[in-house]
Design a protein around this ligand. Structure first.
Ligand SMILES: *[C@@H]1O[C@H](CO)[C@@H](O)[C@H](O)[C@H]1NC(C)=O
Ligand SMILES: *[C@@H]1O[C@H](CO)[C@@H](O)[C@H](O)[C@H]1NC(C)=O
Ligand SMILES: *[C@@H]1O[C@H](CO)[C@@H](O)[C@H](O)[C@H]1NC(C)=O
Ligand SMILES: *[C@@H]1O[C@H](CO)[C@@H](O)[C@H](O)[C@H]1NC(C)=O
Ligand SMILES: *[C@@H]1O[C@H](CO)[C@@H](O)[C@H](O)[C@H]1NC(C)=O
Ligand SMILES: *[C@@H]1O[C@H](CO)[C@@H](O)[C@H](O)[C@H]1NC(C)=O
Ligand SMILES: *[C@@H]1O[C@H](CO)[C@@H](O)[C@H](O)[C@H]1NC(C)=O
Ligand SMILES: *[C@@H]1O[C@H](CO)[C@@H](O)[C@H](O)[C@H]1NC(C)=O
Length: 569
């Protein structure tokens, strides 16, 4: 199945063991690979919690995707599992029907204080929702979706709320542009607002976090915008509300104005492990300075830091491979679903639940997704939505993240449409306005007879430009009796190859290869590529469901530098 790739795999495997061996010789350090959590995981915020078995917990932003606000858990910053999602119930926050494609749950701050976890965020919307956009979720059990509260609502003056407790346990909320106020964690009431710092003068001073250390209040922010000029800067003050004085050594972290493969490094958070070593989490984009081809969007990186008493921290620049403090390797972390990086082998057996890494765009219509319906064991039945490319209503689309530079994703599809334009297939999806679909679609021939076609169709063009024309291919009659396997694979970091094959071994049709720049930038500058299955009526009258089976995703390799690929983790 992966034959052309095994050759590449041999080369990359060698380069990884060379890295690891070189590192074993160093003084107890280890090689830390980035992205620490690959695939779209933007705006990370992390805490280390001794009370929960010495576990690191990080949250990442999810925009319009649900379930929202994943809490990732790790004991070694290498092996990660899903602890829970803070936002899983539509009743917690139903307002995902906003019209913009990059709206929704923006950056979250995760904090732990006196036994309770707090996830605080801002819901960006088109203005049709009159409720306060500040959302504060709480739990005393980070491993249980159901234990997360409904949100306490508050009305911050800007995005990116942070939470900080002063020594007297009074909580403060600081948002972008470093406006700080007290916050009542039960009612959301905010006290008088003070501005701490304007940053060094670059645009978008956002993503603030406040820390107290050695008698100083430290403020860390992002500046320059979440693109190639992204930086992390810091200031400090002897009192919480200022005056803050910027660090002469700013920025404390950036890859701006470098040729590094990892770009847009910023939106950082600082946390200390159980051995007293500091780390920074941040977002980064694997794009090189050209910043054109980056289908996975903004990913989560972790890098070591030293923070001496009375000083500003020194944060190691973000690289794909770094020498870092050696935490003992531990796959023994609590959570749901497998360790991240485990291939998807999903057969939708009767009585099983949806796998924990599958996601929806906005809240789904759950009755459109049925595991092993009567007469169709080991399938996921997807009933079509009127369209997947427009509107704010639920769409019949279920996906996972693209988490690897090189990968293969495939599903088997049984689909017997009867109405014109009924379609089901797989998609490489950045937003509703920007996706590449390989579908089985009902069309009519010249004599107006219904016929089934394979169609590779692009909506939107992102950094590529105009959408390339659709490619169609009739489905051989001999293929009709069995499911059809639809597959997409990335054999290099610039293109996806789309193919279909008959499940009964009657051949394979390659529809073509399309550039990954189609799902970079454009209407999805803040999000990243999802890979999934869909069913749509294409605005027609069809209601025929599709039956999806044998869902497979295998990560093959990660690109971590200009010319370096290593096996996926
Ligand atoms: C979203 O739903 C709310 C509540 O039902 C409604 O007031 C609002 O107009 C809707 N927004 C859009 C864009 O449909
Ligand atoms: C930030 O800049 C604005 C506009 O120049 C100014 O009014 C404000 O006082 C500044 N805030 C701080 C904390 O320096
Ligand atoms: C980055 O900064 C440079 C120099 O100020 C500017 O020319 C460029 O437009 C900026 N790029 C982005 C994406 O903001
Ligand atoms: C990596 O590629 C970029 C262009 O994408 C270039 O500017 C940079 O110098 C390269 N770095 C190395 C180490 O070759
Ligand atoms: C070990 O890792 C720390 C943290 O990154 C770094 O400061 C130190 O230089 C590393 N030591 C070596 C020998 O690479
Ligand atoms: C939800 O999906 C079911 C099955 O496809 C459909 O009958 C129903 O009309 C949908 N409900 C909404 C609100 O779209
Ligand atoms: C990447 O893969 C695509 C599809 O197979 C191919 O057309 C393209 O030439 C490849 N690019 C490079 C640099 O090998
Ligand atoms: C369905 O109709 C909407 C509204 O007219 C339109 O924006 C969208 O592009 C249509 N979808 C397709 C697949 O034609």
């Amino acid at each position: 199945m992966f034959s052309p790739c095994w050759r590449i795999f041999g080369i990359i495997a060698t380069s990884l063991s060379a890295l690891v061996l070189a590192d074993a010789a160093a003084n107890g350090n280890k090689t830390h690979l980035n992205p620490t959590i690959p695939g779209w995981h933007s705006d990370p915020s992390c805490v280390f919690v001794p009370e929960w078995d010495d576990t690191f917990f990080c949250v990442t932003s999810t925009f319009l995707v649900t379930p929202a606000i994943p809490v990732h858990a790790s004991k070694d910053l290498v092996n990660w599992r899903l602890a829970s999602h803070a936002l899983t119930r539509e009743t917690q926050w139903p307002h995902f029907n906003t019209t913009g494609q990059n709206e929704g749950i923006f950056a979250i701050t995760l904090r732990f204080h006196q036994g309770t976890f707090y996830a605080i965020t801002f819901f960006v919307s088109d203005g049709s929702n009159p409720l306060p956009p500040g959302l504060l979720f709480k739990t005393t059990d980070p491993f249980d979706d159901a234990a997360w509260s409904d949100p306490v609502l508050f009305r911050p003056g800007n995005i990116d709320p942070d939470l900080f407790w002063d020594d007297d346990n009074v909580p403060y909320m600081t948002c972008a542009e470093s406006f700080i106020s007290t916050i009542d964690l039960d009612t959301g009431a905010l006290g008088p607002v003070t501005q701490l710092w304007n940053g060094t003068g670059d645009r978008n001073p956002e993503g603030p976090h406040v820390y107290k250390k050695d008698g100083w209040y430290y403020l860390l922010i992002a500046e320059g915008g979440t693109e190639v000029n992204h930086t992390v800067t810091m200031a400090r003050s002897r009192t919480l509300t200022g005056t803050y004085v910027g660090f002469e050594g700013n920025p404390v972290l950036t890859n701006k104005n470098t040729g590094q493969y990892f770009q847009t490094v910023g939106h950082a958070d600082l946390f200390k492990d159980g051995t007293g070593h500091w780390w920074a989490s941040a977002l980064a984009t694997r794009s090189g300075p050209e910043w054109v081809n980056y289908p996975m969007g903004r990913e989560m990186v972790v890098t070591p830091a030293t923070w001496e008493e009375g000083q500003f921290p020194v944060i190691s620049p973000v690289r794909g491979s770094e020498s870092a403090w050696a935490l003992p390797v531990s796959k023994n972390v609590r959570g749901r679903g497998p360790i991240y990086g485990t291939p998807d082998v999903f057969d939708f057996a009767p009585g099983t639940a949806l796998p924990t890494n599958l996601l929806f765009w906005r809240w789904p219509n759950l009755s459109s997704f049925t595991i092993s319906p009567p007469g169709h064991p080991n399938t996921l039945r997807i009933s079509p939505s009127p369209d997947i490319s427009s509107g704010v209503d639920p769409i019949s689309f279920i996906a996972r993240l693209q988490t690897d530079t090189l990968f293969e994703y495939s599903v088997d599809v049984s689909f017997a449409p009867t109405q014109l334009d009924e379609e089901a297939g797989i998609t490489v999806f950045l937003t509703q306005l920007q996706h590449i679909d390989l579908g089985i679609v009902q069309v009519v021939d010249k004599l107006n007879h219904g016929m089934l076609q394979l169609r590779l169709r692009t909506t939107g063009g992102g950094n590529f430009g105009a959408a390339p024309p659709a490619v169609v291919h009739p489905i051989p009659n001999s293929w009709r009796a069995a499911p059809i396997t639809l597959a997409v694979r990335a054999d290099n970091d610039t293109h996806y190859t789309f193919s279909a094959s008959s499940n009964s071994g009657l051949g394979r049709i390659v529809l073509g290869a399309l550039p990954a720049t189609i799902v970079s930038g454009g209407t999805g500058p803040f999000t990243g590529t999802l890979l999934g299955a869909y069913a749509t009526a294409n605005n027609g009258t069809g209601t025929t469901p599709a039956f999806i089976s044998s869902w497979r995703y295998t990560g093959i390799a990660q690109k971590i530098d200009n010319h370096t690929f290593v096996p996926s983790w």
